[in-house]
Design a protein around this ligand. Structure first.
Ligand code: DQA
Length: 139
């Protein structure tokens, strides 16, 4: 099964958005890193980003139907979306929640994740390396 790497709102702005927090590498750099890692691991990977919550939920439904593992950085939906949590809860393959920044060292409103309880595991604060670790885990 191919691995889905799903990125939520504002992550297409990596490199431009708050570089002190998220670094100066771009979203395209992240996609390239995921593809390079997947090639090393002999994994089929599909890396996507959306600013539309309905589109993200549709992708998670498809992963649930197809039995694909999911690596998800839901951005701010992490802290707001029970709908996305309910979708993730339907995925039976491994789900790894990733955050580039250490959300626990930031504002209080980033400390709670609706996704963590329905994810297999969570990686926070390791920058882009979190995606590499997640790909290794699901491989
Ligand atoms: C983030 C952390 C979230 O709190 C924030 O809303 C993001 C990015 C991260 O990768 O560190 O958009 O998910």
């Amino acid at each position: 099964a191919s691995v889905l790497v799903l990125n939520g709102p504002n992550l297409n702005r990596l490199g431009l958005r708050e570089p002190a927090i998220y670094g100066d590498r771009t979203y395209d750099d992240l996609v390239a890193l995921c593809h390079a890692t997947a090639a090393e691991l002999n994994l089929d990977v599909d890396v996507r980003q959306t600013n539309d919550e309905a589109e993200m939920i549709g992708w998670v439904h498809a992963a649930a139907d197809e039995g694909n593992p999911v690596i998800i950085n839901a951005g701010a939906w992490t802290h707001t979306s029970i709908a996305l949590r309910d979708a993730v809860a339907m995925v039976s393959a491994p789900v790894v929640e990733v955050h580039i920044s250490n959300v626990h060292a930031r504002e209080e409103f980033r400390h709670h994740s609706y996704l963590s309880a329905v994810a297999t595991g969570v990686i926070v604060g390791l920058g882009f390396e979190g995606y590499v670790a997640a790909l290794r885990f699901v491989s």
